[in-house]
Ligand binder design. Structure first.
Ligand SMILES: C[S@@+](CC[C@H](N)C(=O)[O-])C[C@H]1O[C@@H](n2cnc3c(N)ncnc32)[C@H](O)[C@@H]1O
Length: 232
């Protein structure tokens, strides 16, 4: 069986990039897309939230505005420097994080759970469990089933002023694909190339169970957002 690491990630375009190939400039300019409403609907105002992979704070802003007490984590200092409003930030790799503190909820969004590196995924999920208070929640965003098959090179979609184009998608072994997406915004263009592992629901739930987590509910009709709880 082929195993994949994060080494295949890269980005091109103006400005700095994160180790997983995200453009800091691009993510600093993106506006919210409603995903934070899903998180806000799941948690009471005042809840503490550990946001893993916050980037430049695209989601942090509306989460704080919605009354959550957010701590933002990212392995990119350049991203964290852009997070507004000022919230506690932690510059760390999620897989290594151990704050010796638990939160009412932990957020692992942006398809980070779809990492093609199985060992890495296990560590990400254990970090979620380690930081969840008894009775608390882990909120995860996963790729929708069948996404890889539905993407075609050359297809594109727009959200506001952002246009995303599939430059290439190459199926590899075991449900993994190498995808290159181009992002165009304000006359500038970036690409990100990444490996992702399509995790059908049973496999997703199995991987969560390995980390001591169980899905309580899928929060969206497309079942890409899940709420899980600690089972040990
Ligand atoms: C696609 S961006 C999304 C950022 C933000 N969640 C958003 O929606 O705008 C992914 C972010 O996760 C961070 N990231 C990815 N893997 C990480 C890891 N293992 N540890 C810490 N940060 C990570 C990247 O540095 C990047 O800022």
């Amino acid at each position: 069986m082929t195993s994949f690491t994060r080494d295949g990630h890269s980005g091109t375009g103006p400005g700095d990039f994160t180790p997983d190939g995200c453009s800091v400039e691009l993510y600093s300019q993106l506006s919210g897309n409603g995903e934070t409403d899903i998180v806000l609907a799941a948690l009471p105002p005042g809840a503490t939230l550990l946001e893993l992979g916050s980037g430049a704070g695209r989601m942090t802003r509306p989460l704080v505005a919605g009354g959550l007490r957010v701590t933002a984590v990212d392995e990119s200092e350049e991203m964290l420097a852009r997070v507004r409003p000022a919230v506690p930030t932690v510059h760390a790799a999620i897989e290594d994080l151990d704050l010796a503190r638990q939160f009412d909820a932990v957020l692992l969004a942006s398809f980070l759970v779809n990492t093609a590196d199985d060992a890495h995924r296990a560590r990400l999920l254990r970090t979620c469990g380690r930081h969840t208070a008894p009775g608390g929640h882990v909120l995860l965003q996963r790729q929708r089933d069948g996404l890889h098959d539905s993407l075609r090179a050359g297809s594109s979609w727009s959200r506001g002023e952002l246009t995303v184009t599939v430059v290439s998608i190459e199926p590899l072994d075991g449900g993994v694909a190498r995808t290159c997406l181009a992002y165009e915004l304000g006359g500038r263009r970036w690409t990100q190339t990444f490996h992702s592992h399509e995790l059908p629901e049973p496999r997703f739930e199995e991987d969560l169970a390995e980390a001591g987590l169980a899905v309580d509910a899928y929060l969206t009709d497309d079942r890409t957002w899940a709420q899980a709880r600690l089972v040990r």
